[in-house]
Design a protein around this ligand. Sequence first.
Ligand SMILES: [Mg+2]
Length: 402
Amino acid sequence: MGKRIGVLKKKRKFKKILLCDLDAFYASVEQVDNPVYRGKPVIIGGRPEARGVVSTCSYEARALGVRSALPMAKAMRLCPEGIFLPVNMNRYKEISRHVMAILGSYTPEMERVSIDEAYLAVSPGEGEQTAIAIREKIRHELGLPVSVGVSSNKLLAKIACELAKPDGWSTLWKEDVKTRLWPLSIRFLPGIGPVTEKKLNRLGVKTIGELAVFPLDSLQHLLGKTALNLHKYSKGEDDRNLETTPSLKSISEETTFARDIKDSKEMKAALMELAEGIGYRLRLQKMKARTISLKLRFSDFRTITRTISLTEATDKDSMIFQSACRLFLPLADTFPWRLVGIRASGLENFTQLSLNRGEDKEKSVTRVQDELRTRFGKEVLYRAQRLFPDSNDNPSSKNSFS
Ligand SMILES: [Mg+2]
């Protein structure tokens, strides 16, 4: 009996690592926002007359030879029918926040690599299931394609993802190294750029398999310190840990007015829009806020902040709006204003137990709104003022503030 337990103990199970990477991210966002762009070559980058280069392009454009970092002028020659767009970074960042919130809802162990890419660590039995669920959820909620690689370390997860692109998922395990990793070009390995590739090619090393059997000391002579890591990678070994991002401390949004404003009504409209944005992000992250802060900047750039604590944490637009209005009220004649912002802090995680049963009217309206916003951006929404007409004229809250 004791012996068997010993064997079980030794056979410790390791977490599965997922790499999630959106496909042609900027171009895909444009195609979701503008249905007429779907199925067409969409090319995003700088202005050709300013010697701009391609930042991202859709797979339809890739099929015509367009690539990232290609001069835009050249892309226009390759693809005269293409849809050429400037980089709309604010929109991509907004979508990225939603993507990361969705990814973060599967595990707290997440390393964000870039605007559209993150590693996740999940329980040993949950790698494949999570990959499928993530792809479905991001497709359903945002309309975007994401590729996912599943493995036991970052290197193999990343390569599995590359192999699954576009819009797929795959696994790559240690036992697949000889059959599936070794035939690949050395360019699949992290740290091998065009220069190192050339050096190795000159020695007859083109595939990862050829690198794996190349004598380590000769490799060290050629490449120095990086040789050891590359040699490990070529055998599918990678002991890098996830550099998990620190947990969220606050959510804030602000607006700089096109011209300084004096009208309290305009200010309230801005506060409503900010409150909706913050409420939406709180709900996405399954968070509630205990503290709401208002930031005001005057035309002379003087900036003040006012804060209020709530007795009960909230993720409701109306409560965030009312709190901000309450903070604004004593400042109503301090105009002209240049900027306004709201920050939600004192964040608490919560898990919604019954999603549909017994939810109040505001909650169900909000849920529909959130789905619309996630899919089509905030422009599509009715102003919540129309939905909660009372809250506009009644900024003082009902016993909710301490
Ligand atoms: Mg990507």
